[in-house]
Design a protein around this ligand. Sequence first.
Ligand code: PLP
Length: 228
Amino acid sequence: MAPSIEKNLAVVRERMAEAAYRSGREPGAVTLVAVTKRQSAERVLEAYDAGCREFGENYVQELCEKAAQVGPRQGLRWHHIGQLQTNKARQALELAALVHGVDRESVAVALAKRAAEVGRVLPILVQVNVARESQKGGCDPVVLGALLDRCAALPSVRVVGLMTMPPFSEEPEDSRRYFRELHELRERFGGPARLPELSMGMSHDFAVAIAEGATLVRIGTAIFGERA
Ligand SMILES: *Cc1c(COP(=O)(O)O)cnc(C)c1O
């Protein structure tokens, strides 16, 4: 039998704390977002019972369905971590505490419009395609400053940080330069006072991300096992 979610979580939390400690950071400085895409509502609840409170989904449709199945729970928050289409802005806004993948002005505008309708200020992260991979979500680093300025002009969204997904590699160290570049971009555009959150690091490279300053790590398979 596969190790339980509870056991996996304990291992992940220990490795997170160790990585934070090694780089002189408080363990509480890094938040675990459990990525539940293609996992059942039952497994979400198992993770919730083991102490997880932050959950991430890539697709708005799946987020809606799962949030309905799981129902409201004390302290539970959903994150939208994938690419977002403007026509899904309303649903994303209704369910997500934080939207990680904003990479275009049109998406920020759509979210701001919906947020204004419900009288909410939505926290968002701007996704940066640090490695400039074609077909990958995220804005080009050269337009980041302009995009941040455009977002700052929208009263109903508030950019609270940056997000990135480096090119996939089996070797976690390969991600380091991309995490470091995201950190440097953050310093260039206002530092932690303006952009407190850095969402970077997944199952295989979260320890490296924490060493490079991640405040949010998005972890799926290390908690839930391989996806179906
Ligand atoms: C799936 C996904 C994750 C989690 O990946 P794992 O390798 O399963 O930890 C993190 N971030 C995004 C954007 C994802 O799509």
